[in-house]
Design a protein around this ligand. Structure first.
Ligand code: SF4
Ligand code: SF4
Length: 117
């Protein structure tokens, strides 16, 4: 890859990251969660919803998480001690669950195994 191509790639990466509302890098240092919450994936779905204006798609992915969903969080705080981005994970998970389960975000496709808790 040429230097010019590397520069374009770096700029694209920077632009992409600047558009994320949650600065999660998917490093996964916060895992494993003792309750099995899929932290990075949930944060990624929130970013997907916002960046691509795709709440229904994000909610569809979230619905399939089942046992990894954000409402299993007991607020123990272990993940937050390990996050190098200092993300307020507990608050973000609460917001994520609320956002990704609200009626306007819910997928309408019949095959989606949506389950209310
Ligand atoms: S605060 Fe919640 S998400 Fe974080 S490790 Fe504890 S249970 Fe898991
Ligand atoms: S440790 Fe922080 S930045 Fe890394 S995956 Fe977990 S939430 Fe994202």
């Amino acid at each position: 890859m040429s230097e010019a191509e590397k520069l374009v790639l770096a700029e694209g990466r920077k632009e992409f990251r600047s558009k994320r509302s949650i600065p999660c890098t998917d490093c996964r240092y916060c895992l494993p969660c003792p309750e099995g919450v899929g932290i990075p994936r949930i944060l990624a779905y929130c970013n997907m919803s916002e960046m691509y204006h795709a709440p229904e798609t994000a909610a569809k992915h979230y619905a399939f998480l089942n046992e990894e969903r954000a409402d299993r969080c007991t607020e123990c705080g272990r993940c937050m001690e390990k996050c190098p981005q200092h993300i307020d994970i507990i608050s973000r998970l609460k917001e994520a669950h609320s956002h990704l389960t609200r009626p306007s975000s819910r997928p309408s496709t019949w095959w989606c195994r949506w389950k209310d808790r």
